[in-house]
Design a protein around this ligand. Structure first.
Ligand SMILES: Cc1ncc(COP(=O)(O)O)c(C=O)c1O
Length: 399
């Protein structure tokens, strides 16, 4: 007997659950890539992607995962020897920094560790100290998926402005576009990178870059740009194949089209609110369980917690046992802890993450939380009773 049979739930922080509508839209014979429906569909996809990014600027699509989007942004902005300031609140900012270093960018990193958000005063001071304005870009991650820290991008823009520094503001929204509020134009973001596989509810394989005219001026002199990663041809193609520098990602585009329709039907404000309520339900459960025992949310200040993912500290090496139990006994896959401890250390087992991004609703989250509660009992992690009830209270009062 196994209680895991039935529909499996992948509750890791991406790739997220693909809606049946998206999967059905992808399940078709291959379209003609030279004329017809596919060609006519792409401008509308770009228009709707920009609506989700809340920008009137330019958008480019790559057949790539998040790492591809990272590299594309770097190549279009920098030349070897240029300077960048990276603000790190988890592993992914460090990952982006490493990719910049690999093409010869001189990266300075302000590291806020694994639990805290960016200190804007420190950023302002670092920029003010750069009197010759050599720092070409400030790069950071809105939500670092490893830690679930969410940074206030509007405040970061204000810090750049207070320092009177002309650096480009480059933001990674791979974890959280379509989950946490993001306003590219209103917040003065110059470059934003994201991918298809989280809030955009489409399988991994499409990377997106949004960039404004200021960023495109940097592209003018950037000599890291190569033909494949060049955002210009993709943004203003003379012929269709240039949108993708080759064969279009045919079936992914149908899936994405459907996902964008779903986003338009629900409306971004309602989507943001759904994610906020579900995130609060998750936080309430863990806070209640943590009243007796070692469980703890990684981010203590709710203002700095993402609405897309929650990182949890188990307080013992039983995190892996809990994940294994949920997956094998109950059909729920939780995310591993990422970047919190070396893979070969005992501490690596002290963490896990729960994704609540994209196509998720109250019954999925309550089911996941109730399963975790069963797992806590099964593997013997001390906890106060009532976590699921605490989550249900949030759902009941918000619904
Ligand atoms: C915030 C963030 N940036 C970058 C990446 C890298 O994306 P990918 O794994 O698709 O290359 C991820 C992946 O989870 C992410 O969450």
């Amino acid at each position: 007997m196994t209680l895991g049979n039935g529909r499996h739930y992948l509750a890791i922080p991406g790739p997220s659950v693909s809606p049946d509508r998206v999967l059905r839209a992808m399940h078709r014979t291959s379209p003609n890539i030279y004329h017809g429906e596919l060609i006519e569909m792409v401008p509308g996809i770009i228009r709707d992607l920009k609506r989700v990014a809340r920008t009137d600027a330019n958008a480019a699509i790559y057949i790539a995962n998040g790492h591809g989007s990272w590299e594309a942004a770097i190549c279009n902005v920098f030349s070897p020897g240029d300077r960048a300031l990276v603000l790190a609140t988890g592993s992914f900012a460090h990952g982006w920094a490493e990719m910049a270093k690999a093409v010869g960018v001189a990266v300075e990193t302000l590291d806020y560790g694994n639990r805290d958000a960016i200190d804007f005063g420190q950023v302002e001071a670092a920029l003010a100290a750069d009197k010759d304005h050599e720092i070409k870009a400030v790069m950071t991650v809105q939500v670092d998926t490893s830690t679930s820290v969410r940074n206030d991008v509007a405040e970061l823009r204000a810090a750049l402005d207070r320092a009177g520094h002309p650096a480009l503001l480059m933001i990674d929204c791979i974890a959280c576009l379509g989950c946490d509020v993001f306003e590219m134009d209103a917040w003065g973001v110059d470059v934003m990178v994201t991918g298809s596989q989280k809030g955009l509810m489409t399988p991994p394989g499409l990377g997106f870059i949004f960039y404004n005219e200021k960023a495109d001026r940097a592209r003018e002199t950037a000599n890291c740009v190569t033909r494949y990663w060049d955002w210009r041809t993709r943004t203003k193609p003379e012929v269709f194949y240039q949108y993708f520098c080759g064969t279009a990602p045919t079936l992914h585009l149908y899936g994405l089209r459907e996902a964008l329709d779903m986003i338009a039907e629900e409306g971004l404000p309602a989507i943001w609110r759904r994610h906020e309520v579900l995130a609060r339900a998750v936080w309430n459960a863990f806070e209640r369980w943590g009243e007796a025992g070692p469980l703890e949310l990684n981010v203590s200040d709710p203002a700095h917690r993402s609405h897309a993912v929650t990182s949890i500290r188990v307080g013992s090496a039983k995190g892996t046992a809990l994940r294994d139990w949920c997956e094998q006994k109950a059909g729920l896959t939780l995310g591993i802890g990422l970047g919190m401890a070396p893979q070969d250390a005992q501490e690596w087992h002290h963490f896990f993450r729960l994704g609540h991004m994209g196509h998720v609703n109250a019954q999925m989250m309550l089911g996941a939380l109730a399963t975790i509660e069963a797992g806590l009992k099964a593997v013997g992690i001390d906890h106060a009773p009532g976590g699921v009830e605490a989550a249900a209270e949030v759902i009941a009062s918000a619904a």
